[in-house]
Design a protein around this ligand. Sequence first.
Ligand SMILES: [Zn+2]
Length: 333
Amino acid sequence: MPEGPSVRKFHHLVSPFVGQQVVKTGGSSKKLCPTTLQSLWLQDTQVHGKKLFLRFDPDEEMGPPASNPLPEPLQKGAQEEEAVAPEPALGPNSQKTSDEPSQPTELDPHGLDVPESLWGESPATGAQRWLQVSFGLFGSVWVNEFSRAKKANKRGDWRDPVPRLVLHFGGGGFLAFYNCQMCWSPSPVVKPTCDILSEKFHRGQALEALGQAQPVCYTLLDQRYFSGLGNIIKNEALYRAGIHPLSRGSRLSASCLEALVDHVVQFSSDWLRGKFQGTPQHTQIYRKDQCPAGHQVLKEALGHPGGFQRLTWWCPQCQPQLPPEEPQQLQHP
Ligand SMILES: [Zn+2]
């Protein structure tokens, strides 16, 4: 799924449409009926971590519609509609341990999501004015053009991807959203102090979280502390800081943890800048067989026991394991 830098780029693409009215809608989303956005005005857009938020208001002159002209809510099964596009063939063992989530989107168990009871599928009336967009593995936003098939599918068809939502605006342009989940929410959950790409990112808070007695590779993906950080940034920052992914944060020195946070911020910012300059971000360890020093790279699915396992790449030489912890004092007098 797109990480923080990609979603920031999407936000940049959407921003010029703020202040315009939706004049025509389209898209395959069944959970969120695209026609509910008809005639609404895009009033604001925000990005937080890996989520994009769009605020829609009805025209002040008209007020909210008196009656709800929407079709009946679709049956439960239709919600599966929002599932991501089929993932590329990754081999027989790629199911759960694959780096690519096979679920519709990766829902962070400890994420910043508002309670589900506050979510709605209703249009932007009353308090539910923010459309929250969470992107799947192939999630993207296109401006004034549609995504085209890059290759034939398994059946040999060249079928273009189907956008979940298309919004045509009064200014003549349009936005197409692909491979994403959308829902209405009362307000964006704003915690810029956790957003690795926000100027307000709070290093102290991040360092404290990393200092927990659990593997740092778990903490890095925890969106409560590192909103916008995904698997690529995790692997790259750990490699650049020379830290073994399973090192417990509580056993790392303050300077080690500082270096890790520095690399998280540096790599993410470079990636974001590259997106605007059209230069791809180079990875040193993610999906590599060898590290830049020529060592053999190890790969394993790591995560909280019972939780979502993410493929992790590391160099056993550049990122050595910490020595075993001192055993409890066992000696008898
Ligand atoms: Zn190495």
